[in-house]
Design a protein around this ligand. Structure first.
Ligand SMILES: [Cu+2]
Length: 267
């Protein structure tokens, strides 16, 4: 009888020991409302043919949810938009930076005309409420005629001309894992006069996107604050490893965004 009593006591002790901390932990989670981490957020990407379109547009849809399948429905404006979407072809020849429309319940949609079939890198930047800004990427396969990929060729001349603007890119040092400064100098391609009437684009003097040649490393670039309206625009960043990268700089003038790109080789 006393043996049975002892066994019962041990069982009760064990059960209470197991049960107590669990309910305490559950309580802590509800009380603290911890910020959401990027690892806990998932994006379902889909691509549909737009039947109504005559230009071959496709509808890109992002459904943003927690790993447990619960939709995230509150987002904060980040660089003037709820979500930034970058679309880049596998060969890096096609680049587009767009802002999908928020449909509610974690769904963003936008139509896009893809110039050819093949694989595309899609990169979404957004900030759910109660979370840090995060980046989610995917590869999407687009049906349609494939064309010969354009080779990625490292530039030896960092002066480019686009829409009547001449843009010089200078980088203080070509090195991985170190802070580098990229400076764009913009002049009129015909007269050579400095361009001093750039307009703010997404709340800054410009916007820069960098992607590694294999499409795997995407780099956020932040414009240095308090810059004027040209002719110079500086950006600081750190490249994660050696290799070939493509850089797209975007600026705005006369309500028009222009994009200039360069290919660099980081030793
Ligand atoms: Cu954007």
């Amino acid at each position: 009888m006393s043996k049975l009593f002892c066994v019962l006591c041990i069982l009760i002790l064990l059960l209470s020991a197991c049960g107590a901390p669990q309910s305490w932990e559950e309580e802590q989670v509800t009380v603290m409302n911890q910020p959401l981490l990027s690892d806990e957020v998932n994006v379902n990407w889909t691509l549909e043919d737009d039947q109504a379109s005559t230009t071959g547009e496709k509808l890109i849809r992002l459904e943003i949810e927690k790993k447990n399948g619960e939709r995230i429905d509150q987002f904060e404006i980040n660089h003037e938009k709820l979500l930034h979407l970058i679309i880049i072809s596998r060969d890096l020849s096609y680049f587009n930076h767009v802002h999908p429309e928020y449909k509610g319940n974690g769904v963003f949609e936008i139509r896009n005309v893809f110039p050819m079939g093949g694989d595309y890198r899609l990169i979404a930047d957004f900030k759910p409420s109660n979370a840090s800004a995060m980046t989610k990427t995917t590869w999407l396969k687009v049906e349609g005629d494939q064309v010969q990929p354009v080779p990625v060729v490292v530039d030896d001349n960092f002066v480019k001309v686009v829409d009547g603007k001449q843009v010089l890119l200078s980088i203080d040092k070509l090195a991985a894992k170190e802070e580098i400064t990229m400076k764009f100098t913009i002049t009129d391609a015909v007269t050579g006069e400095p361009i001093i009437d750039l307009e703010p684009y997404l709340g800054a003097i410009g916007h820069v996107v960098i992607l590694s040649e294999d499409g795997e490393k995407y780099v956020h670039v932040h414009a240095e604050e308090g810059q004027g309206s040209g002719p110079e625009a500086s950006f600081e960043t750190t490249l994660p490893r050696s290799g070939i990268y493509k850089i797209w700089g975007q600026f705005q003038r006369d309500h028009q965004v222009f994009t200039v790109s360069y290919v660099i080789n980081v030793p």
